[in-house]
Every structure is written in structure tokens, then in C-alpha cells.
Design a protein around this ligand. Structure first.
Ligand SMILES: NC(=O)C1=CN([C@@H]2O[C@H](COP(=O)(O)OP(=O)(O)OC[C@H]3O[C@@H](n4cnc5c(N)ncnc54)[C@H](OP(=O)(O)O)[C@@H]3O)[C@@H](O)[C@H]2O)[C@@H](O)CC1
Ligand SMILES: [K+]
Length: 500
């Protein structure tokens, strides 16, 4: 699914009206019904509800929801911003409510807000492209002080600017949930903006799909149907050679577990063969814990000192649990400089690269880098905000023909053609030791199975999150450990594979 900006969404809105031969009012009514249908599931039937409405179409949505909730017997209190220029559909919605239900407010007004209400925030949506005036803080503070049981935003938390970096001092309503129409808004996917809403839910209001090709974008939100399109069909004549041979290079004394996790994930993702390359201390652990894998060992006991020949392997991951011994570091750099085939580079291999000047020039093209935030910072330096972070990474990805995976709640895959794919699966339980090792194993395995680096990264990140989502149906997120993720990759495949 494409992620487009506010201006494009407005164009989409107009094109839908034209192609479907409907009015803007009809479209707003669709939005209102979808919102109401969802909101009633969020609120207890007797809960007092306060709906805050602005003067544009976001306010129109709020007024429409108020009308529908009244019909269902909910008691609502409506506050609407006093204005001279309401949008047409906003006014029409006002007229459908009796005038004594509407409380008009000014920015500097003390409002009488009943405590413990559900607040519906319909003041601003995608119609703002610059920060709100500071006076809005007084309204948002009053909302917060009224101790609402929950705050539900329509389309965006009011004051949130979806396509530009938010600054902490910009006035903005902070909500528990946001129902956003049709497509996610870019800013909602950034970790730094998670303070504005705990979660967002997409509402499909039937914007015309046939015209969505018209909108150019570098951003995508990856869901089940996107993934299903590029899952490879498996021939019945396949054999273990078809599914690739994955090599996992890493481990050091006390950190062999990470190699077990990576290798297990590679096998569970469907690698035909998996070989590990570790220091000698890894041999017994791997042969005991993962009997399906094969082990090669370095001459050294505690850390890798010599790096292997990799030509015979179709997928290669390097760096997990590798440690940062000076000999390992030095030999890793000598080794990587001479590699030609794509690698999945993780953990200590990234830390080692970060110590080198112009480190990206050392990495073979089409490699996949999977840094967590700290590792990314070591590689690319500081960033002012998540927009800037993305831009920095995008430039590097294009210039050096690499794929970057920025891990987070909505993990972003930045490919060598400058596109960014945000992932929609996963949960907080997956923020656990070894989760990243598992991801590297999945991606290396997919490259081994013939996916290119971008496909393997997008699919791998999705599968990893999905396996985690199936895992938390059986295991509490607190108790989820990385090996559980691999145990549920099979469930993820069942869910995606229409042949089963
Ligand atoms: N396309 C869709 O998917 C559909 C969209 N729908 C809904 O429409 C919403 C978009 O509606 P919208 O365009 O009327 O904008 P909205 O967010 O209500 O705000 C506009 C008002 O804000 C004002 N304003 C602007 N900047 C400001 C500032 N910095 N500080 C103060 N004021 C500022 C601006 O005032 P003006 O500058 O024009 O005087 C204007 O009056 C969208 O989010 C969704 O909820 C659905 O109904 C149906 C399908
Ligand atoms: K809003």
C-alpha cells in the first residue's frame, strides 16, 4: 500500500468523487459511518462522550459521528470552534444537529469539561501544514486535565503535521487511538512521534483504487496482500538444493546462542541447508542444539580469526555474537573488502564497520544492513529527527546500492532504489534478546532461496513480525523469547500461503 502526502490524499478525494460520481458529502458520510461502527466498540455504552470539532472537514466528521452516536442512544457533548468560515459539509452537519447541542468555543476560553469522559478529537486532520498557534495548548491542556478515560482522534491527532518533522513544542492533542482514513500518514510511522498517539487504525472509506497509480511516492506500508504478490511458487520437483544453502558467520565465547538463533530461523524459513562458522567453542553447542545444521569452526577457540570462503553459499549472514576482538575486527575488514556477493550484515560486523572511514565502500553491493538504533547512529552519525534519519539512510542506500533495515515498531526497509517500506506486523514482545539474530537468519535464508535483497528484506521483516504476532497468541509478550519467533514462522507461512 502506498503512503502518500496530505496534498495527494486531497487529490485522491476529488478523483474519487469524480470517478464514483458521488458528492463530497457522500464521502464524508462513508467516513462517519465507518468511524461510528468502530468507535462504538471502543466505548462503554453509558460513557459520557465529548466531541471536539474544528471548522473544516475533520470537524465535519466529528459532527457526523456525534449525530450517529446520538441515534444509538449515546449522550454526547459537542464543542465546536467558533468561526466565520466553516467548510460546507461541516455546516451541513451542524444543521443536522439541534443548535442547543452545539457549544461554540474560543481558544482562550475556560471550558466546563466533565471528568472521566471519552474525548473524540475532530479538530484538525490533514488540513494543516503548519504548527498550530500556542493558544491551542490551553485547549489541549484542559482536555488532558479533565482526566478522560480515552482520547480517540479522527484521521490525525489534531495539530499533528503528517508530512513534516514535528517539534515537541508544537501544540498537538495526544490521543490513545487514531482512526486514520485509507492510508497511513508518514509521520505516524516514526518512533519519535509515538508520543502523539498510542496506535493508529486504518479505515477503508473506499477511495478509488483505480486512480491510485497516479500518485508518486517513495513510501509504502506493507501488508498481507503486498507480500502475497511476490511469494515464490514452489515446484513439486524442488529439492534441498532449490532452497539454497545459508552460511551464518559469527559467535564468540559466551555468545554462541545468537548463532543458534540465526541458524534456527534460517532453517525454519526454508533454507535447504544451513552451515554455521564459529570459533571452536561453538561446535558442541551448535551440534547439540541444532542437529539440522552443519558446523564449520575457526582455528581459534574463543573468537573468529579467519573468515571463510563463501562462494558455494547462496545466502550469507555475518556478525551475530561475533564480538569485537581486535583480530576479529581486523580480519573481518580484510575479508569483507574482497567479497562480491550480497551479505546480511548485523550486530558486531556493523560495529566493526562503523569504526572504519568510508565503511560503506567496503561492503559488497546489494548487501542488507540490519542495525538497531544505536548501531545505526554509530554508522551514520546523529540525526535531528526521523525524517532526516530516513533521508540520510536513503542517500547511502542509493549511492552504495545497499538495503538498510531500521528496526523499530514499524520497521523500515530502505532499498537501493530509494524506496522505503514500512512493516505492519510485529509487537512489543519482540523487543527481546536475539530477536534481531532471528531476523538476520530469516533474510539470509530468503536470499538463499532466490529472493533479491530488497524482496528478502521486505518479506523477511514481515514474516518475522507475523511469526511474533502468532507467538503472542500463545505466549504472553513479556514471556516471548527469540527462539519462539522461529517456532511460529510456520504459522506465518500458513497464513500467507493460499495453498494450505
Ligand atoms: N480525503 C479523505 O480521505 C477524506 C477526508 N475527510 C476528512 O477531512 C479532513 C480534511 O479536511 P480539511 O481539508 O477541511 O482540513 P481540516 O483538517 O479539517 O482542517 C482545515 C481547517 O484547519 C484550518 N487550519 C489549517 N491550518 C491551520 C493552522 N496552522 N492553524 C489553525 N487553523 C488551521 C483551516 O483554516 P483556513 O486556513 O482554511 O482558514 C481549515 O479551516 C480529513 O482529515 C478527514 O478528517 C473525510 O471527511 C472524507 C474523506
Ligand atoms: K483530529
Amino acid at each position: 500500500m502506498k503512503i502518500i502526502n496530505s496534498k495527494q490524499i486531497k487529490e485522491w478525494d476529488q478523483l474519487t468523487i469524480k470517478h464514483q460520481n458521488i458528492s463530497s458529502w457522500d464521502l464524508m458520510e462513508r467516513a462517519v459511518l465507518k468511524l461510528t461502527e468502530n468507535i462504538v466498540n471502543d466505548i462503554p455504552s453509558k460513557a459520557p462522550i465529548i466531541i471536539f470539532c474544528g471548522k473544516g472537514n475533520n470537524g465535519g466528521d466529528g459532527l457526523g459521528v456525534a449525530r450517529e452516536l446520538e441515534k444509538l442512544g449515546y449522550k454526547t457533548l459537542i464543542y465546536i470552534l467558533k468561526s466565520e468560515n466553516y467548510s460546507e459539509d461541516n455546516l451541513k452537519n451542524q444543521q443536522l444537529l439541534s443548535s442547543n447541542e452545539l457549544h461554540f468555543f474560543n481558544l482562550n476560553e475556560e471550558l466546563q469539561l466533565p471528568e472521566n469522559s471519552v474525548i473524540i478529537d475532530a479538530i484538525f486532520g490533514i488540513g494543516i501544514n503548519q504548527p498550530l498557534d500556542d493558544d491551542w495548548n490551553s485547549i489541549f491542556n484542559q482536555i488532558e486535565k479533565s482526566n478522560p478515560t480515552q482520547i480517540i482522534s479522527i484521521d490525525l491527532p489534531s495539530g499533528f503535521i503528517a508530512d513534516l518533522p514535528m517539534q515537541k513544542y508544537f501544540p498537538c492533542c495526544k490521543s490513545n487511538k487514531t482512526y486514520t482514513f485509507q492510508v497511513p500518514k508518514l509521520g505516524l510511522l516514526f518512533p519519535e512521534n509515538q508520543i502523539y498517539t498510542d496506535e493508529f487504525i486504518l479505515l477503508d472509506i473506499g477511495l478509488e483504487q483505480n486512480v491510485s497509480n497516479e500518485f508518486e511516492t517513495d513510501y509504502y506500508f506493507i501488508q498481507k496482500n503486498d507480500i502475497q504478490k511476490f511469494l515464490k511458487k514452489i515446484s513439486k520437483f524442488s529439492h534441498k538444493g532449490t532452497f539454497g544453502h545459508t552460511l551464518i558467520i559469527g559467535g564468540s565465547l559466551g555468545k554462541i546462542g545468537s548463532i543458534v538463533l540465526t541458524a534456527k530461523a534460517a532453517l525454519k524459513t526454508g533454507s535447504g541447508l544451513v552451515t554455521t562458522y564459529t570459533p571452536q567453542c561453538g561446535l558442541n553447542i551448535l551440534q547439540t542444539n541444532l542437529i539440522e545444521s552443519m558446523s564449520l569452526v575457526d582455528d581459534s577457540e574463543k573468537q573468529i580469526e579467519y573468515f571463510p570462503e563463501i562462494k558455494i553459499y547462496q545466502g550469507v549472514a555475518v556478525g551475530m555474537g561475533m564480538g569485537q576482538h581486535p583480530t576479529t575486527d581486523a580480519n573481518f575488514i580484510n575479508w569483507i573488502k574482497n567479497q562480491k556477493q550480497p551479505l546480511v550484515i548485523d550486530a558486531d560486523a556493523l560495529n566493526c564497520l562503523a569504526k572504519q572511514k568510508d565503511c560503506f565502500t567496503l561492503i559488497p553491493q546489494d548487501s542488507v544492513l540490519t542495525p538497531h538504533p544505536k548501531e545505526l547512529q554509530r554508522l551514520i552519525g546523529e540525526w535531528e529527527n526521523d525524517f532526516e534519519k530516513l533521508e540520510k539512510v536513503k542517500k547511502l542506500a542509493v549511492f552504495h546500492q545497499l538495503t538498510f533495515i531500521i528496526k523499530g515498531f514499524y520497521t523500515a526497509v530502505i532499498t537501493s532504489d530509494g524506496k522505503t517500506y514500512f512493516n505492519s506486523t510485529g509487537n512489543w514482545g519482540m523487543a527481546t534478546a536475539g530477536s534481531g539474530d532471528t531476523l538476520s537468519g530469516i533474510i539470509a535464508s530468503l536470499i538463499g532461496q532466490g529472493y533479491n535483497s530488497s524482496e528478502a528484506s521486505i518479506l523477511g521483516v514481515y514474516l518475522h513480525g507475523l511469526a511474533g504476532d502468532f507467538a503472542v497468541k500463545k505466549i504472553h509478550p513479556h514471556s516471548l523469547i527469540a527462539s519462539n519467533i522461529s517456532d511460529f514462522i510456520s504459522e506465518a507461512y500458513f497464513y500467507l500461503d493460499s495453498n494450505f
